[in-house]
Write a protein that binds this ligand. Structure first.
Ligand code: SF4
Length: 317
């Protein structure tokens, strides 16, 4: 006679079902991340044959994920390229300096740890209680550019993701009165390097999940004791809340950054408003000047533009 109750049988089965489901989810996440990073690299021609890509590794979830995904994409990339990981040890108190070398050696990644005590410099120059991040980032940037030159790196890869790019856009609008985002690829301000952001299409929540799944040895970013930029924190909370209310909003904002209509903005340097004249030719797709709310709510909406085959926020199996 079988004494096992239905409940006991269900309990016995549960772990296997749960782990199958978790594996399936992790597989989906992996595919999505690799696809989005590959897509961003292709769309912006971020990596070319023979590049030496310097991946800036802070020990946070974003840069670990960036390195991890680039390493596996390199295995099947259409062009050969090298990777070197670089960490700047800023001499923050309690920085666990063994963590990154051990991780990188374990993965067989060439790496360089640059030791520079920017922590003391920033502490000395910034009054107590003020945020140190702006000076800290400036110092870090200069050092990383120098190291890139010394290592012969042709690209500098940073771990900024989709949410960083959208938050930056909104921060610049709210507090800087300009429409300026964070580009996926740019020439550094010293004019000597090309900086790339291969995670440009990746959602931060996916990176959180990936970091947990891959069990990266995360180094907390609070060692310096600096307060986060409060405005940035608030804007980030705001877009997360928007996303919760209406999923897809962050992806739409990112897509909008690549679909700018200068004739419907107000920058006179981008569009010749002063010299506009009637064309005399009706245009069915043209603007209906008297529509107050041009949100395309009444007209049939064209299918959303896809970057190529799929949208970055597409799910897949
Ligand atoms: S959190 Fe600390 S280490 Fe990071 S940028 Fe700000 S001051 Fe620098």
């Amino acid at each position: 006679m079988n004494d096992m109750t239905d409940a006991e049988a269900a309990l016995r089965e549960a772990p296997a079902t749960v782990s199958r489901k978790a594996a399936h989810e992790a597989n989906k996440l992996s595919k999505r991340l690799h696809r989005q990073v590959g897509q961003a690299i292709a769309d912006f021609n971020m990596i070319e044959a023979g590049d030496k890509v310097m991946v800036c590794l802070s020990g946070g979830k974003d840069s670990y994920s960036l390195l991890d995904i680039l390493l596996s994409l390199r295995e099947r990339a259409p062009v050969p390229f090298d990777i070197v990981a670089v960490n700047l040890d800023q001499k923050q108190p309690g920085f666990p300096e063994h963590v990154l070398p051990e991780y990188l050696a374990g993965r067989g990644v060439p790496f360089h740890i640059e030791e520079q005590d920017t922590y003391s410099v920033v502490k000395r120059l910034i009054p107590e209680g003020k945020t140190m991040c702006s000076l800290c980032s400036r110092l870090r940037r200069g050092i990383l550019y120098r190291v890139a030159g010394e290592l012969g790196a042709t690209k500098i890869a940073l771990g900024h993701h989709r949410d960083d790019m959208v938050v930056t856009l909104l921060m610049n609008m709210f507090f800087g009165s300009r429409l300026k985002g964070m580009p996926p690829k740019l020439v550094s301000d010293d004019g000597r390097h090309v900086v790339i952001r291969p995670l440009a299409y990746v959602a931060e929540t996916d990176l959180e999940r990936w970091a947990a799944h891959r069990r990266f040895p995360i180094i907390p970013c609070t060692l310096c004791g600096s307060q986060d930029n409060l405005q940035r924190v608030q804007v980030k909370k705001m877009i997360r809340e928007w996303e919760r209310q209406q999923p897809g909003r962050i992806a739409n904002m990112l897509t909008a950054m690549g679909r700018i209509v200068p004739s419907h903005m107000m920058d006179r340097k981008l569009y010749p408003f002063e010299t506009l004249v009637p064309t005399g030719v009706a245009d069915a797709g043209g603007d209906k000047a008297f529509d107050e709310d041009d949100d395309e709510g009444c007209a049939p909406v064209a299918a959303p533009v896809r970057w190529t085959a799929r949208q970055p926020n597409d799910d897949d199996d």
